[in-house]
Design a protein around this ligand. Structure first.
Ligand code: PGA
Length: 372
């Protein structure tokens, strides 16, 4: 699993949207071989969609051969209700891009037979060859889609009773009135998400810090359904600094160092989009590389000499933590490894970064007013 940490929600949204753009473009979808994308609702993905619309308008991505599946929908709320997830998806994304209407799939929370509707959805996903990339958000209780605590980790699309905490959290979309929030929803299951070939979760905010810690540092547990991504062969969490507040410092440093070493020492050109090391062209184990360091006084950069003797210590396997001594050695310089260097490891040139500054935040150009 990869954990990508960016400074704030804006940088997280840009990273995520850029990743989706690159995955679609790399996939080169055609009508016969479409890219199947699972999509979430909620406040977290709104800015991701804003960027995707922006990329589309600039001709940098097309959704013509993309098929989408939304994660969930309230039961009993008219589709035309402004807070239905159907309205949400059209308002924030579908009305602004070139998706073919027949490629848009959503659950019908007003179907006469809800169980049959859920089965239809699962069948449709299978019919198009499964989901290539599932984007997801999580709730503060660790739910993924509407898979509330206690959901079976094998669950598929079904009717779900919302946890009181979720109803409370969503009351903000219904004028703060919990009585107006539907208490039932249709949702893809934990198993449906797991079946996707890749899962990307977006987690921002201190209120989700406990859930992120449960997801990353503790075991797979149905009370924190998001933790199931530990079992997924191709999963990535993109989070902001606030969401890391409950993680161990060591965990945060570990994941940052992985990204940084990969980019700077192994070389961006050798890293596949999904993060694996595909080749080692130009790799020099003895090279000196720069580590951007963020201190309370501002950003500075220091040079670490990665001599032959310490090579092994600088390239960790995904499931290894850095040696204690190494952390001590870097102490003082590496107060906090910056998001940094890595404003965007996916962009292949500074011009592609599109307004993202080197500390991962977005420059004004990229944060200008929402176009719709
Ligand atoms: P949020 O909701 O993005 O509005 O925080 C996410 C979720 O509950 O899954």
């Amino acid at each position: 699993m990869r954990l990508i940490i960016r400074e704030d929600p804006k940088a997280v949204a840009y990273y995520t949207a850029n990743y989706v753009r690159q995955r679609i473009n790399e996939f080169k979808p055609t009508r016969k071989r479409p890219f199947v994308l699972g999509l979430p609702t909620g406040s977290t993905p709104v800015e991701v969609y804003w960027h995707l619309v922006d990329f589309f308008k600039r001709g940098e991505v097309s959704f013509r051969n993309v098929i989408t599946f939304s994660m969930d929908e309230y039961v009993g709320l008219p589709r035309s209700h402004p807070e239905s997830y159907c309205s949400f998806m059209y308002r924030h994304l579908y009305d602004h891009i070139d998706l073919r209407p027949e490629n848009i799939h959503m659950l019908d929370g007003n179907a006469d037979d809800l169980a049959a509707e859920c089965q239809r959805y699962e069948d449709k996903i299978k019919e198009v060859g499964g989901i290539e990339l599932f984007l997801g958000g999580i709730g503060p209780d660790g739910h993924i889609a509407f898979n509330e605590p206690g959901s079976s980790l094998e669950s598929v699309t079904r009717v779900k009773t919302l946890a009181y905490e979720t109803v409370l959290a969503n009351a903000r979309f219904f004028g703060g009135d919990v009585n107006k929030v539907p208490k039932l929803a249709l949702t893809v299951g934990v198993g449906t998400v797991r079946a996707a070939r890749e899962v990307l979760l977006i987690i921002t905010g201190a209120h989700k810090a406990v859930a992120l810690a449960k997801c990353i540092e503790e075991g797979v547990n149905h009370m924190w359904t998001v933790s199931v991504i530990q079992l997924h062969p191709s999963a990535m969490v993109v989070c902001d600094e606030d969401a890391t507040l409950e993680l161990h410092v060591k965990t945060v440093r570990y994941f940052k160092s992985i990204e940084q070493v990969q980019e700077q020492l192994i070389g961006r050109q050798n890293i596949s989009l999904k993060g694996s090391i595909s080749r080692l062209s130009g790799y020099d184990p003895g090279q000196t590389y720069r580590v951007a360091v963020q201190q309370s006084t501002g950003d500075v950069a220091s040079e670490l000499d990665t001599g032959e003797e310490s090579d092994d210590d600088n390239v960790y396997d995904d499931d290894e933590y850095p040696e204690e001594e190494e952390e001590e050695e870097e102490e003082g310089d590496v107060q906090k490894m910056a998001v940094s260097s890595s404003a965007d490891m996916l962009a292949s040139s500074p011009s592609e970064i599109n307004g993202a500054s080197l500390n991962g935040s977005l420059a004004p150009a990229a944060t200008a007013g929402n176009p719709f």
